[in-house]
Design a protein around this ligand. Structure first.
Ligand SMILES: Nc1ncnc2c1ncn2[C@@H]1O[C@H](COP(=O)(O)OP(=O)(O)O)[C@@H](O)[C@H]1O
Ligand SMILES: [Mg+2]
Length: 273
């Protein structure tokens, strides 16, 4: 199993879109995937067509040390979900001890076994929830739009990840920038990609996600881009990203029986974009 966090301290860079469509691509290519919505605003939960859950049926259970009740997992058509609740916000007041950054890791390893990939979607703010996600992670993907502010936000996020890696999670193997909403016609988009590649080398993912209208409309009713249009640019791009992630952790993807129960009709085929 691998735990993958999608994180950038800047908002609107494609974190939730990446969490949904990368999860769908991984699931459709045979992995058993669980998504955990750790954003108190719960955009991913809403986009998957789910209403606000009871607190006891939300991702807050990970931080309440309740290891007796079964995890509140919703089974969606392509992947599983632990939804978010607005109650995550007031609960921040209780999570102030240094050890409060360790809950998610403990919960994932004791309660969420049996998945190939657990994907954690985070809010833009640096909170105990995003720190928990980083502490629990094997891989952090930093979606970054090739524009000034998102690039600065992404570099700050990278620094936070390196700090967490050094002091709290030496096992965190990779932090990777993922360019999203790339418009090949814009010269500054080429320039920012060149800048990050030169500075961070292999920590910039080879695959990119291009601007794609289908991506921005496909996930307001629980659908991923593979349900709306499996031939859309976004579908091709996230299939390539899924392939890249799978290759990175080849030895850790033990595809489980669950994948054979899935509908593989829309199985994405990685191609050069
Ligand atoms: N590749 C893309 N092409 C076009 N629109 C996109 C793409 N990725 C994300 N978007 C849109 O950009 C906005 C912000 O994306 P979102 O994933 O919610 O970002 P975040 O979770 O980082 O705040 C949303 O309206 C989303 O639909
Ligand atoms: Mg989001």
């Amino acid at each position: 199993m691998i735990t993958l966090t999608v994180c950038n301290h800047k908002g609107g860079t494609g974190k939730t879109t990446t969490s949904i469509n990368l999860s769908a691509a991984l699931a459709l290519s045979g992995s058993k995937v669980l998504v955990v919505d750790l954003d108190p605003q719960g955009f991913l939960t809403r986009m998957m067509g789910q209403s606000e859950p009871d607190v006891s049926a939300s991702s807050l259970v990970m931080f309440e040390q309740d290891l007796q009740s079964p995890p509140p997992i919703l089974r969606l058509s392509t992947f599983d979900l632990i939804p978010s609740s607005p109650a995550l916000s007031p609960a921040l007041r209780r999570l102030t001890k240094p050890t409060d950054v360790l809950w998610a890791k403990e919960y994932i390893h004791s309660q969420l076994t049996g998945y190939d990939v657990v994907i954690l979607d985070t809010a833009a703010a640096v909170t105990v929830y995003s720190l928990n996600a980083l502490v629990a992670s094997d891989l952090v993907i930093i979606p970054v739009l090739p524009e000034y502010q998102p690039v600065v936000g992404a570099e700050q996020t990278y620094q936070t990840i390196k700090m967490v890696q050094k002091s709290l999670n030496p096992g965190l193997t990779e932090a990777k920038f993922l360019f999203t909403m790339v418009d090949a016609r814009k010269r500054n988009h080429h320039a920012y990609r060149g800048y990050l590649r030169e500075k961070y080398g292999e920590d910039v993912m080879a695959g990119i996600v291009r601007t794609c209208t289908t991506l921005s409309v496909s996930s307001h009713d629980g659908r991923s881009v593979y349900d709306t249009n499996p031939h859309a640019r976004g579908a091709i791009d996230y299939a390539n990203i899924a392939e890249e992630v799978t290759t990175l952790f080849q030895d850790r993807f033990g595809h489980t029986a669950r994948s054979s129960e899935r509908d593989h009709e829309n199985q994405p085929t990685p191609v050069k974009g």
